[in-house]
Design a protein around this ligand. Structure first.
Ligand code: GDP
Length: 479
């Protein structure tokens, strides 16, 4: 049993390029015109959050729950927001302040529990779901596992310090994920606050806020005094309206794990953010390499609920093991199916780990990029010892492009290659270039585990030449 990559993409209603990328992540190099076996197809289908039903053990056949949601079945759903920004700029304070607004407004039934995400209702009645883990590390590692849960990024920038290194990282992580941003200029209560500097600093990173005639909303806030919080929530609600976020509440649920732990009293507990459908008590599900039957659902107010619809975060009890953040949950019909898929994935991930030594090469990355529609785009992450070199390399990279091939620098900066760089590279299928800098130990380990390629250079010409060679090799390959 095999299926064409193109056909698989069509049946899932996903972009071919995304399917090819997903295959790359599993270590399978296939173009749209090649066939893959049923087992691999099943993994891809799960990866995209579609449902696979195995009809029998021997004849592994996929019946994708593709009953594509009819337009009339779609309802608007709340946006899911992640807060990012430099350390100490007020991410945690802002999350707490927003959480409190909802308690003050009396909407919350009790004290809000920390389950990994919470919902608030704005004065105008819009419901917003906030992820409780701020920062781009969590955001990008979820994305690397295939869970794109964030709809909107709120970039917190302190009006005292303006743009700092992690602000830039956050901008680039959000851009790489193509998630729209809203800028919250925080600590506006401070006497030395200079919000205008934040706006002009951001210009240098191609974030043009509305106050500078751009299209990125910016709001001055104080997490300390609560000033501007209502405006920030309204800005988010407005952005959400523009995005027209929709889901079908009347189908079996699929969602993403945002937190999971082994609780002494309750056993394995996972907080799941429902992305489509409605999750109910008694549902049988598979989640990553684990499966279970929903014994109880607990919302962000600590209340037991019978069901959770799109964009609602709930704690799920009844798992047979602890999944990982970023794992996708799918409701299936029978325990046998759930167990079978979980076992299958366990085996697949063992196989994958065994094959992890084989890192992708620059050439493979270029070849993969070629499959993306017309213009092949090679994403790269660059770290250098000094700003001048970094900029010189970025300029040279930009010149390599022509009509068919383009190099896209996702992020560049000064200093050692860090885990954050590896995370971004993994999520985007990019290699990391170090110019006169090395990767630190955690980054090296992480790169080994994830199969991210790191290349070191000390001569700009060599670096540019390697990328050029890969690019031209790619061009000459096609007639
Ligand atoms: P995070 O590292 O981005 O999560 O930042 P925190 O939320 O931990 O805040 C860092 C520090 O800034 C803490 O001491 C906060 O009390 C303080 N802080 C955060 N927001 C504000 C604000 O709006 N005004 C003032 N004056 N201080 C703030």
């Amino acid at each position: 049993e095999t299926i064409l990559v193109q056909e698989l993409a069509n049946r899932m209603a996903e972009r071919v390029a995304d399917v090819v990328k997903s295959l790359m992540k599993m270590g399978v190099m296939a173009t749209m015109n090649q066939s893959i076996d049923a087992d691999t197809a099943e993994l891809v289908i799960e990866e995209f959050g579609h449902k696979v039903v195995r009809v029998s053990d021997a004849d592994v056949e996929q019946v994708i729950d593709m009953i594509e949601d009819a337009p009339e079945s779609l309802r608007s759903r709340p946006p899911i927001i992640t807060i990012m920004g430099h350390v100490d700029h007020g991410k945690t304070s802002l999350l707490d302040a927003i959480r409190k607004t909802s308690v003050v407004s009396g909407e919350a039934g009790g004290i809000t529990q920390h389950i990994g995400a919470y919902q608030v209702t704005t004065d105008t009645g819009a419901v917003l779901s906030f992820l409780d883990t701020p920062g781009h590390a969590a955001f990008t590692s979820m994305r690397a596992r295939g869970a794109n849960v964030t709809d909107i990024v709120v970039l917190v920038v302190s009006a005292e310090d303006a743009v700092m290194p992690q602000t830039i990282e956050a901008i680039n992580h959000a851009k790489a994920a193509k998630v729209p941003m809203i800028v919250a200029i925080n600590k506006i209560d401070r006497p030395d606050a200079n919000p205008q500097k934040v706006r002009t600093d951001l210009l240098q990173h191609e974030v043009v806020v509305e106050a500078m005639s751009g299209d990125v909303q910016d709001v001055e806030v104080s997490a300390l005094t609560g000033q501007g919080l209502d405006q920030l929530l309204e800005a988010i609600a407005l952005q959400a309206e523009i995005l027209e976020l929709k889901a079908n509440p009347d189908r079996s649920a699929m969602g993403a794990v945002i937190e999971a732990k082994l609780d002494v009293g309750r056993g394995p507990v996972a907080t799941v953010l429902v992305q489509n459908g409605t999750l109910r008590k008694g549902d049988i599900f598979v989640v990553g390499e684990q499966w279970g039957k929903v014994r109880a659902l607990i919302n962000d107010k600590g209340e037991r609920v019978d069901e959770a619809g799109p964009s609602v975060p709930v704690e799920v009890l009844g798992l047979n093991g602890t999944p990982e953040a970023g794992d996708v949950l799918n409701v299936v019909d029978t325990e046998a199916q759930a167990r079978e898929i979980a076992d299958y994935r366990l085996q697949a991930s063992k196989d994958k780990r065994a094959a992890a030594g084989a890192a992708t090469t620059l050439e493979q990355l270029m070849a993969k990029a070629k499959d993306d529609q017309n213009v092949a785009e090679l994403p790269i992450v660059l770290k250098a010892d000094v700003q001048g070199s970094a900029e010189a390399i970025v300029q040279a990279m930009e010149k390599i492009g022509n009509d068919e091939v383009r190099v896209r620098v996702l992020h560049y900066g000064v200093g050692a290659i860090t885990e954050s760089d590896i995370g971004l590279a993994e999520a985007s299928g990019a290699p990391v270039f170090g110019f006169n800098v090395r990767a630190n130990a955690p980054a090296r380990n992480s790169a080994n585990q994830k199969g991210v390629e790191i290349r070191y250079y000390s001569v700009i010409y060599d670096l540019v030449d390697d990328v050029k060679a890969a690019a031209s090799g790619l061009l000459s390959n096609e007639i």
